[in-house]
Design a protein around this ligand. Structure first.
Ligand code: 5GP
Ligand code: ZN
Length: 134
């Protein structure tokens, strides 16, 4: 069910009824919109990467689609390019942050999967151990 305060994109892939561009109550949508500050490490038309506010490791970034996708549950084959680019950009970002080797990718899905922010995000964390959790 699409809530009336959601902005629905006119792009073909976004006409699916469960896809919205911006949820005004979502922390990561607010970060994407610049309404909440973040330490950005990368941005393009489709996604944004920024440092986690409560890092589990010496370097811990989050890569988030700009479009509000709640979780992996809502990812479809239409998102192949987006998901692939998010993943494939991460080694370059980690390298630029001084982590050339040895990092971990995590996507938590749903409450039972440990997801706390309901806007899809890829954690990438690395650097010298010990790490806090994960
Ligand atoms: P999850 O548990 O949903 O997979 O991870 C959510 C992550 O978002 C957590 O690691 C948490 O520290 C991070 N986070 C939550 N709120 C903010 C925020 O306002 N800014 C930033 N940079 N990270 C946040
Ligand atoms: Zn969102």
């Amino acid at each position: 069910m699409v809530r009336p305060d959601f902005v629905i994109s006119s792009r073909g892939a976004d006409r699916r009824s469960n896809i919205v561009n911006h949820d005004p109550n979502c922390i990561f949508c607010k970060i994407v919109a610049g309404q909440i500050p973040s330490k950005k490490v990368y941005e393009d038309d489709d996604f944004l990467a920024f440092h986690d506010i409560n890092p589990w490791a010496p370097v811990h970034i989050l890569i988030v689609p700009k479009r509000h996708i709640t979780s992996m549950v809502d990812v479809t084959m239409d998102d192949q390019a987006l998901m692939g680019r998010m993943l494939a950009t991460s080694p370059r970002l980690m390298r630029e942050l001084g982590v050339g080797d040895g990092y971990r990718h995590v996507i938590n899905t749903g409450a039972d999967g440990g997801q706390e922010v309901m806007h899809l995000h890829l954690h990438v964390f690395g650097g010298p151990r010990p790490w806090k959790k994960g």
